[in-house]
Design a protein around this ligand. Sequence first.
Ligand SMILES: Nc1nc2c([nH]c(=O)n2[C@H]2C[C@H](O)[C@@H](COP(=O)(O)OP(=O)(O)OP(=O)(O)O)O2)c(=O)[nH]1
Ligand SMILES: [Mg+2]
Length: 128
Amino acid sequence: MKTVRVVAAIIETDGKIFATQRGYGDLKGGWEFPGGKIEAGETPQQALKREVMEELDAEVSVGDLIDTIEYDYPTFHLSMDCFWCKIISGDLVLKEHEAAKWLSKDRLESVEWLPADITLIDAIRESM
Ligand SMILES: Nc1nc2c([nH]c(=O)n2[C@H]2C[C@H](O)[C@@H](COP(=O)(O)OP(=O)(O)OP(=O)(O)O)O2)c(=O)[nH]1
Ligand SMILES: [Mg+2]
């Protein structure tokens, strides 16, 4: 099975986490973290800054790695590096996503996360 390498931005501001709802594709409607596939020659951090700019029109600084999620979808293996991020500039404009929410610790479970993200949510909650 092919491995897809992805980066995800866990953007935290004032104790809340930014969650986005997928606007297209097989997993449309599921909630996720902004991010996407690492391109050839990019570091994970470079890929994440590029993806957040493309998807949200915002610049972020990339902090610590929270975890690398390994998950088998029916047609591919996902390997996803998840980093804490802070907004440097920009208003978070939804260029590709259907909706977004700022979630406090006690509301983290209030959206339907993509299946790969479930274990990550536990790690995030413990660090908030
Ligand atoms: N961005 C993101 N992708 C996730 C998460 N959880 C999860 O299973 N995925 C999966 C969905 C996709 O199959 C894959 C890559 O995501 P993507 O669709 O954002 O990639 P991309 O931005 O490069 O978009 P595209 O040009 O390939 O359409 O990772 C998550 O929290 N964030
Ligand atoms: Mg994406």
